[in-house]
Ligand binder design. Structure first.
Ligand SMILES: *Cc1c(COP(=O)(O)O)cnc(C)c1O
Length: 429
């Protein structure tokens, strides 16, 4: 079946034809894809093409698609029942496994999505501190709960601007938005409003405005600023967690948050996420404490089986050095060709994730990303797609190398982009 026909049918019954907006290809144009199956680094589309997938369900498929051992674990559990609304041994195991792997993760609660994890972390921070205001960073994404759909407004100290209709205006007053990597902005907010701030939320490695790395010392200083005003520090590691090594980015940078949120990788491709951290805070959740949180399908046995098996294989097969090497190799090849042809294109890569920025250098914050030529990215996306490669359908997302990708996979994508540079470089543009 062609994608045009499927998309037409979808638009008649699903708003915009999609169940999550970025899938609509608004950032790159063209008809959205429909996938019927996946295997390792490859996906098969409804119109019969095979593509090498560099999106990997936004990083959830760290082992590649339909890994036989993960599929087996899921189907074994499916035959034994898919949900009971009663505790299962698997969720105890997964919680133990996460707590063993992550520093300062003394308690963890399993939920169904990253959005839900962040929403719970925020409620908990407010419940624990008795304060209501939050600080987030422009360009970081924390799911679609009301208080996180806020971007930088005209004034730093007056709260942010709503990015969605349907969020009450007063919510924006309670969320301050600072530029990523800008400690002075955080200090200015805290000088004025420090006693009202319940939490500072950050993606330690920002991966939702394209890949943007924290400046050296940024996170450590954020930790000190949070302590100085009595706010909780929340690391949103929904992408970062278990993506760079078999733990959090916190364990890499040595900065300890009070609460973590995780998702994507830890669900092994099924809907599962987690909120966790120090027991003094986490034990304030119901039923022990007065901060309410619940879920019909929380700790779902299928998702737990996929997550547990994925974490086990990440331990056994140790794919991280290989993923890092392949993303770095890809970045080096493309960056060399971009420089050689005078093409304004830069690949940022960090431990297996990458963004091909249509701009001259790396980014430090969301304002920098305005330099990106999104039209050029759309051309690049479609050139890659025509050649059999699926990149994230937006300039401001990251691509993922999975454990199933080979040197040949990344080299083949690099070749396509090198060719793109030759054809569109400054001289020829
Ligand atoms: C994907 C993501 C979320 C939201 O997770 P969902 O499961 O899509 O709700 C939250 N925070 C970060 C950093 C993410 O990348």
């Amino acid at each position: 079946m062609t994608h045009e026909v499927l998309f037409q049918r979808a638009c008649a019954v699903i708003p915009g034809g999609v169940n999550s907006p970025v899938r609509a290809f608004n950032g790159v144009g063209g008809t959205p894809l429909y996938v019927v199956s996946g295997n390792g680094s490859r996906i098969c589309t409804a119109d019969g093409r095979e593509l090498t997938d560099f999106c990997c369900s936004w990083g959830a498929m760290i082992l590649g698609h339909a890994h036989p051992e993960v599929a087996e674990a899921v189907s074994t559990q499916a035959r034994a029942g898919t949900t009971f609304g009663i505790n299962t041994p698997g969720e105890v195991e997964l919680a133990e496994c996460l707590c063993r792997a992550v520093p300062g993760l003394e308690r963890v609660r399993l939920v169904n999505s990253g959005t839900e994890a962040v929403m719970t972390a925020i409620r908990l921070a407010r419940g624990v501190t008795g304060r209501k205001r939050l600080i987030k960073f422009d360009g970081c994404y924390h799911g679609h709960s009301d208080s996180m759909l806020i971007s930088a407004g005209s004034g730093l100290l007056t709260g942010g601007t709503l990015t969605s209709l349907g969020v009450p205006r007063h919510v924006a007053e309670d969320t301050f938005v600072a530029p990523y990597n800008d400690l002075d902005a955080v200090r200015r907010i805290l000088d004025e409003h420090g006693r009202d701030v319940a939490a500072i939320l950050v993606e330690p490695v920002a991966a939702n405005m394209g890949l943007v790395l924290p400046d050296p010392g940024f996170l450590a200083k954020l930790r000190r600023l949070a302590d100085s005003c009595g706010a909780l520090l929340i690391f949103d590691e929904v992408i970062n967690g278990f993506r760079f090594h078999r733990s959090t980015y916190s364990a890499i940078c040595g900065v300890q948050p009070d609460l973590y949120t995780m998702g994507k990788v830890i669900g092994g491709g099924l809907p599962l996420a987690a909120v966790g951290g120090f027991a003094v805070f986490m034990d304030r959740l119901a039923p022990l404490g007065g901060v309410y949180q619940a879920g019909t399908l929380s700790g779902n046995p299928l998702a737990v089986a996929a997550g547990l098996k994925t974490l086990e294989l990440l331990d056994r097969d140790a794919p991280y050095p290989g993923m890092t090497a392949r993303a770095d190799r890809f970045a080096a090849k493309v960056n060399e060709a971009a420089a050689g042809t005078g093409t304004p294109l830069h690949v940022s890569a960090y431990k297996g994730i990458f963004t091909v920025f249509c701009a001259d250098n790396a980014m430090r914050c969301l304002a920098d990303t305005r330099r990106c030529d999104t039209k050029r990215y759309a051309k690049l996306f479609h050139a890659a797609l025509d050649a059999g490669f699926y990149l994230p359908p937006s300039q401001f997302e990251v691509g993922f190398v999975s454990a199933a990708h080979t040197d040949a996979d990344v080299d083949a994508l690099a070749d396509v982009i090198v060719q793109f540079c030759k054809e569109t470089g400054r001289g020829q543009a």
